[in-house]
Design a protein around this ligand. Structure first.
Ligand SMILES: [Zn+2]
Length: 290
């Protein structure tokens, strides 16, 4: 069971990022450049397509993605980023569905960092323009001296269990019939366990204990790190916050198994897409309780 966007095949080669001369020599005109239409990957036979750094044009901001078997790979920062939610871009999803696992991980990392550059061109401290540094894993402000780093936003996502059933919810934006694990951003000053407990209480009115970590997944729309957990509810009485959830229910093992096995054809609820960690968590739970 592999998780989408995981298993980055590149050596991120931090010493190279920190060495401007080495970086400049690697970014030769014939070095490999990831081909994108804005942030949408160009594909050929299910693989990412690569052009040459020379194609990026004069003055392009280049991100050093890393080394693949010693060969440097680059991508060029597009003019604009992408603030739409992941499901809003059908072309992206069509492309992603065809990509090999290894390329999906490579694309996810590239997408996240390129989007960050495109939308963070100015200093958050003084408002002046910033410049790309460390091969694209930093931006520096020459006006006030601040350094800025690509964002990673932690999100706790949890499968809450009570006496053999799991709690799943849906919000109004989900495709019809789809229920998924509850989730929310980790806030400053919180542990992952505290974020899990707070989110479940806020959204569904349920207290949890025994929070444990299961798996994580980078989710590049735009820069989440999904932290998958399991928790036990102390009661099955729900008090749903209608601002957060349209509905939430407890699902028995057989219902979850049917939804996972039959996907879109499920006669019960629809499980989240197989690319999402919520799908992985449900599969993990089915195996765990088998
Ligand atoms: Zn500044």
């Amino acid at each position: 069971m592999t998780l989408a966007f995981c298993g980055q095949p590149l050596d991120r080669a931090d010493p190279v990022r920190a060495d401007p001369e080495r970086l400049a020599s690697l970014a030769a005109p014939d070095a490999q450049l990831l081909l994108l239409d804005r942030l949408i990957p160009r594909l050929g036979e299910g693989r990412l397509q690569w052009g040459r750094v020379a194609d990026a044009g004069e003055g392009a901001e280049l991100v050093f993605l890393g080394l693949r078997e010693g060969e440097p790979l680059f991508a060029s920062v597009p003019e604009g980023g992408d603030t739409d939610p992941a499901y809003a871009r059908r072309e992206t999803w069509t492309a992603l569905a065809r990509l090999a696992d290894e390329d999906l991980a490579l694309y996810g990392a590239a997408r996240s960092v390129l989007d960050w550059h495109a939308r963070h061109r100015f200093c958050a401290q003084c408002g002046q323009p910033t410049t790309l540094a460390k091969g694209g894993w930093q931006r520096d402000c020459s006006s006030c001296g601040a350094s800025h780093f690509p964002r990673v936003d932690p999100v706790a996502i949890m499968l809450v269990e009570h006496e053999g059933r799991v709690l799943l919810g849906r919000n109004a934006g989900f495709p019809q019939g789809t229920y998924s694990a509850l989730a929310g951003f980790v806030e400053p000053g919180e542990t992952i366990e505290e974020a899990v407990a707070r989110e479940v209480l806020e959204e569904a009115g349920v207290r949890v204990r025994d929070v444990r970590y299961i798996a994580s997944q980078p989710w590049p729309f735009p820069s989440q790190l999904m932290i998958g957990c399991h928790a036990k509810a102390t009661s099955d009485v729900l008090a749903i916050d209608p601002n957060e959830l349209e509905d939430a229910r407890w699902f028995a093992r057989a219902e979850v198994a049917e939804a996972i096995e039959n996907g879109e054809a499920s006669t019960g609820f629809k499980a989240p897409t197989s690319r999402a960690i919520a799908h992985y968590l449900l599969r993990w739970w089915l195996e765990e309780t088998a």
